[in-house]
Unconditional design. Structure first.
Length: 238
């Protein structure tokens, strides 16, 4: 059956393949699917507010901690000997099973170089470079590849004593995944258990404890849910 004139604009505006995900989730009810789409947008807006606060706090805390311990001549991001840009080789198995040496800082180095170039090259200031780097860059600093070079000597000081790197990295990775899905206007329902909105909100407050180590006292943002209840569907959060 073709679309009626009154709702053909939905497929024209949103794109039929994109909207079809919502239609299927609502058992073919297009009116309900449009409500679900609007709800998903509202949820994304609420989460992005929270994630924006977290991203700023994270990068400032990391800069504070690494900068306080860094012994180089230049700011830790601008120094060629920085552990986030200097080549670090790890042997990893590829998809074909073959093991190869990989520079785990290759992408980070490119990101920093691009940020420096965009911010004025040799006249770039640390603050501008920090602001130019993506959340993905800061998220990468807690991966297993950076445990010995970044986490142990520096970043564990940004968290309460005894904080587990792997657990922290998993939470930040889930937040980054959710951020990217929101930025690309993708559905936030029926995701893997670690990236559901509920899990994202569970992870943000504990990570906000990094404020304590910066002498700012105990501060934690109150994270609201999206306005209004989710439309009734046959969806699950798992």
């Amino acid at each position: 059956m073709g679309l009626s004139v009154s709702n053909k604009w939905i497929d024209d505006w949103l794109g039929a393949p994109r909207f079809q995900k919502y239609v299927e989730a609502c058992d073919g009810d297009r009116s309900q699917a449009l409500q679900l789409y609007e709800w998903n947008i509202s949820l994304g807006q609420a989460l992005m507010r929270d994630i924006a606060h977290f991203e700023i706090a994270l990068r400032n805390a990391y800069d504070h901690v690494i900068g306080g311990l860094w012994q180089g001549q230049s700011h830790w991001l601008l120094d060629p000997e920085s552990p986030v840009v200097t080549p670090i080789w790890r042997v990893k198995a590829g998809h074909n099973g073959l093991k190869r040496g990989t520079d785990v800082n290759y992408l980070n180095r490119r990101a920093v170089d691009r940020a420096i170039h965009k911010c004025g090259g040799t006249s770039a200031t640390p603050g501008k470079v920090i602001a130019e780097l993506s959340f993905g860059f800061w998220r990468s600093l807690t991966t297993a590849s950076h445990e010995k070079s970044v986490w142990v000597p520096y970043l564990h000081h940004a968290y309460p004593k005894g904080t587990n790197r792997a657990g922290t990295d998993r939470i930040i990775g889930n937040i980054n995944t959710a951020r990217n899905r929101i930025a690309h206007h993708e559905p936030l329902f029926n995701q893997k258990s670690g990236t559901t909105p509920e899990k994202i909100h569970e992870g943000l407050p504990p990570l906000a404890e990094l404020h304590r180590t910066r002498g700012q006292g105990s501060r934690c943002v109150v994270f609201p849910s999206a306005n209004g209840p989710r439309p009734t569907t046959h969806l699950t959060s798992g």
